[in-house]
Write a protein that binds this ligand. Structure first.
Ligand SMILES: Cc1ncc(COP(=O)(O)O)c(C=O)c1O
Length: 378
């Protein structure tokens, strides 16, 4: 099956006794044993639940992985995946990451004895000097949040596998519709399902997708031990969102290319970060490893006052956290997603008071451009 068809029929139209088209929400926490010592698929919903199982298998099939575990948020998924490490292990991570992942690594994982080096992984040669005897994991977001750095996944996976380390890729921004990290060497693919997979800003969710049975069984063990699974209702919503993932991603991609080009033409915008711009640093690698550019754009405007004016004056774009839904949103990373990154470090990387992040939605692109035009007032 092709991707668009898989989004709807990955289960080969296996039906329940009523022939439901929408998979029913199975709210039961516990399931009757068929007999002493008789194996059954479900016993208790922290271990496994029919509605959650359905979306887990769906996401695994879209990514081309062995199987996946669904969690109540992207951060739970990242946390559970990092539990594969032991104290004394070393991680090489992208130096540009979602602020919540940075907070987890710097404040919790380090306390638990995991060592980190944060490196600009978009330059593969810069990565090699950081490899140590105890390096066990390369942790990559590509494109990264919010600077849109693109990492050559195949090149990093070769370094990782040459020393027996894992490659984890957060594929939230491009989704498997545009980028399939397992085909480029990833061992685990992570998602904030809250974003494009769900797609409607109405469900928190996270996925750990595993390439092998061995990794899946370890993640499943951690998952059933810790908890934090995706609820049946939220599993239903994510599955429903995925049915339109390709349609939404195509529209978002088309809108974003036009918007990024418009933003580039504005005098009062100094820098546009979008991987679909031909002169962007990551353009060539994106063409090589991805089928689309996605809907995330960051901009650096001329002044702090202009940044504030844009946030105040937009009428269709909405000033909020988050990304990846059908509605177009604008975020102020220094006060929101990256507020916990020390100011000096943030400024060094350009995430300053003139830096905004845009998540392009599916509205009419002319309306979106007019909205930005009147707010920027060039
Ligand atoms: C790239 C990326 N990964 C992970 C997360 C965390 O996901 P959640 O908010 O679902 O916990 C986010 C949240 O914004 C994100 O942008």
């Amino acid at each position: 099956m092709k991707f668009e068809t898989l989004c709807l029929h990955s289960d080969n139209n296996e039906k329940d006794e009523w022939g439901s088209i929408a998979h029913p929400i199975c709210q039961s926490v516990t399931f009757v044993h068929k007999g002493v010592d008789v194996e059954s698929d479900y016993s208790y919903s922290r271990l496994s639940n029919p509605t959650r199982r359905h979306v887990e298998k769906l996401v695994a099939s879209l990514e081309g992985g062995y199987d996946s575990c669904a969690f109540s948020s992207g951060m739970t998924a990242i946390t559970v995946s990092l539990l594969l490490l032991e104290p004394g292990d070393h991680v090489i991570a992208s130096d540009d990451l979602y602020g919540g992942a940075l907070r987890l690594f710097n404040n919790i994982c380090k306390t638990n004895g995991i060592e980190f080096d944060f490196v600009n992984t978009s330059n593969v040669d810069d990565v090699k000097p950081y490899v140590k005897k105890n390096t066990k994991l390369f942790y990559i977001e590509t494109p990264s949040n919010p600077l849109m750095q693109v990492t050559d996944l195949k090149a990093i996976s070769e370094i990782a596998h040459s020393i027996g380390a894992y490659l984890f890729v957060d594929n939230t921004f491009l989704t498997p519709y545009f980028q399939r990290p397992f085909e480029l060497g990833a061992d685990i693919v992570l998602h904030s399902g809250t974003k494009y997979l769900g797609g409607h800003n109405d469900t928190l969710a996270g996925f750990v997708v595993c390439k092998t049975k061995e990794l899946y069984e370890r993640i499943l063990f951690n998952s059933k031990t810790i908890g934090g699974q995706l609820s049946p209702f939220d599993s239903f919503l994510i599955e429903r969102g995925i049915k339109t993932l390709p349609l939404r991603m195509d529209k978002i991609n088309d809108n974003a290319i036009k918007i990024a080009n418009f933003l580039k033409s504005c005098n009062s915008i100094e820098k546009v970060y979008y991987v679909g711009l031909k002169d962007s640093l990551g353009y060539d690698i994106t063409l090589k490893q991805s089928k689309g550019f996605g809907g995330m754009i960051s901009i650096e405007v001329k002044s702090k006052e202009l940044a504030h004016k844009i946030l105040k004056d937009v009428k269709i774009f909405q000033y909020t956290e988050s990304l990846g839904g059908v509605d177009s949103l604008i975020t102020y990373p220094m006060l929101q997603t990256h507020a916990d990154v020390p100011e000096e470090e943030r400024n060094r990387r350009g995430i300053n008071d003139r830096f905004l992040r845009i998540s392009v939605g599916i509205e009419n692109v002319d309306d979106l451009i007019s909205d930005l035009k009147q707010a920027i007032n060039d």
